[in-house]
Design a binder for this molecule. Structure first.
Ligand SMILES: [Zn+2]
Length: 420
């Protein structure tokens, strides 16, 4: 028998632990970058100017320092929603309307989501229009910013509400095994989204155009053929509509796969470098990283739902988090709200897994193209995106999905050179 007051204490302890850790990591990151600001790391001395290196340092420090405000705000809001009685109050308002558990649940979850999104808005405005602007990366107009919010909101409504509806019905009516059915529904939904994303969802936010025929496209086609990879097209999107940061990705599966380059990336890299970047992305596919990540996410959902099924039957889970009346929707909402507090310490494990994959994809790119081209492309990207070359190792272990620049490039330089 667990007392709700013991659970409250455990929650507060984990919250304090993760918050102190996040704050401490942010101080470490700022100190480490400041200490290395005066000179370019030797391995990059002939590739990156001191001016670029210092811009990257200042940009990274500005982002990390600014990030402490949303962190403090997020902790305060979490406490207000839970122990402060915010969710309880919201629940009472909608329960008073007597619509039954499913409609009430949808209303509570929806209004919580809208309020949270509005409360987060000042930070995203500041980050886009002040920080990104100051360092010359912002291309988002106020109109695009507002349209993005409206489109994102409409999409969340159209896709999210039916999904929550189905999950709440299962929680209410499907008996002990509800979470297994819910898992099947969520898994099916995420597969459907991955399939639909490139063709149906991404074009809502960006304009897609086929990469025009020419030397670049020919190089890409040869690479795809060499790697035995079929896609339904190579596209360029107008990433420059929002930011001058460059990127490339690869989305969809089965026959519905698209290779997507940001227009900003095409401006940064030459054909050799572009080919190497694409080979890296193909490496993720060939080494089954995409399938692995899907499996991990399905397994995580499975465990999460099993834990939720157990928690929702207890009293201490609700009472310990400031909610007086037990309900399926409140269990769902509380669970999604507090889970990150307990899983923060797993961050380095996930990052480690992701970096292992990055090394493998780099090795694949070195085999298929030329390691030097990828090194040049990465250096160009670090420079243009003002990514720091000298992150704090511990900060990086927690947050970075990619290995720090010097480590990654050292690995690439150690790759056997391509024959012929
Ligand atoms: Zn990668």
């Amino acid at each position: 028998m667990i007392e709700s007051s013991s659970f409250t204490l455990f929650f507060l302890f984990m919250l304090a632990l993760s918050s102190i850790a996040r704050l401490w990591l942010s101080f470490r990151q700022v100190r480490h970058i400041s200490q290395h600001r005066a000179s370019v790391p030797p391995a990059f001395a002939d590739k990156i100017t001191l001016e670029d290196h210092q811009k990257a340092a200042d940009y990274t420090i500005a982002k990390v320092r600014f990030g402490r405000w949303p962190l403090a705000y997020e902790i305060t809001l979490l406490l207000l929603w839970t122990l402060g009685g915010g969710l309880n109050w919201l629940d009472q308002q909608f329960s008073a309307l007597a619509y039954g558990p499913i409609v009430t649940g949808i209303l509570v979850i929806l209004s919580f989501t809208v309020i949270s999104a509005l409360l987060d808005l000042p930070f995203s405005i500041y980050s886009t229009f002040v920080i990104e602007q100051r360092f010359g990366f912002n291309r988002t107009t106020v109109k695009t910013f507002i349209l993005d919010i409206l489109k994102g909101g409409a999409l969340a409504l159209v896709l999210g509400v039916p999904l929550i509806y189905v999950v709440l019905i299962l929680m209410e009516q499907a008996g002990q095994a509800w979470w297994l059915y819910a898992w099947l529904v969520l898994t099916g939904f995420s597969i459907l989204m991955m399939w639909a994303y490139p063709t149906w969802i991404a074009p809502i936010f960006n304009k897609f155009e086929p990469l025009e025929d020419g030397a670049t496209l020919q190089r890409i086609k040869q690479l795809l053929e060499r790697c035995g990879f079929s896609s339904n097209g190579v596209f360029v999107i107008d990433g420059s509509k929002r930011s001058s940061h460059g990127n490339a990705y690869f989305s969809g599966f089965g026959k519905n796969k698209r290779i997507v380059f940001f227009d900003t990336l095409l401006k940064m890299l030459d054909d050799d470098q572009l080919e190497a970047v694409l080979a890296h992305e193909l490496g993720h596919f060939k080494k089954k990283h995409i399938v692995q990540s899907m499996m991990i996410s399905f397994a995580t959902t499975f465990i999460g739902l099993a834990v939720l099924a157990w928690l929702m039957k207890t009293d201490w889970f609700y009472h310990g988090l400031g909610v007086s009346t037990k309900s399926t929707y409140m269990a769902l909402l509380l669970f999604t709200l507090v889970v990150p507090v307990f899983t923060f310490i797993l961050g380095p494990v996930m990052s480690m897994f992701s970096r292992k994959n990055e090394f493998e994809a780099d090795a694949f790119a070195a085999e298929q193209t030329d390691a030097n081209h990828l090194v040049q492309a990465l250096v160009g990207l670090y420079r243009e995106n003002a990514s720091t070359l000298t992150p704090d190792p511990l900060y990086s272990a927690f947050y970075d999905s990619h290995p720090p620049a010097p480590v990654r490039i050292a690995h690439l330089n150690a790759q056997p050179q391509q024959q012929g």
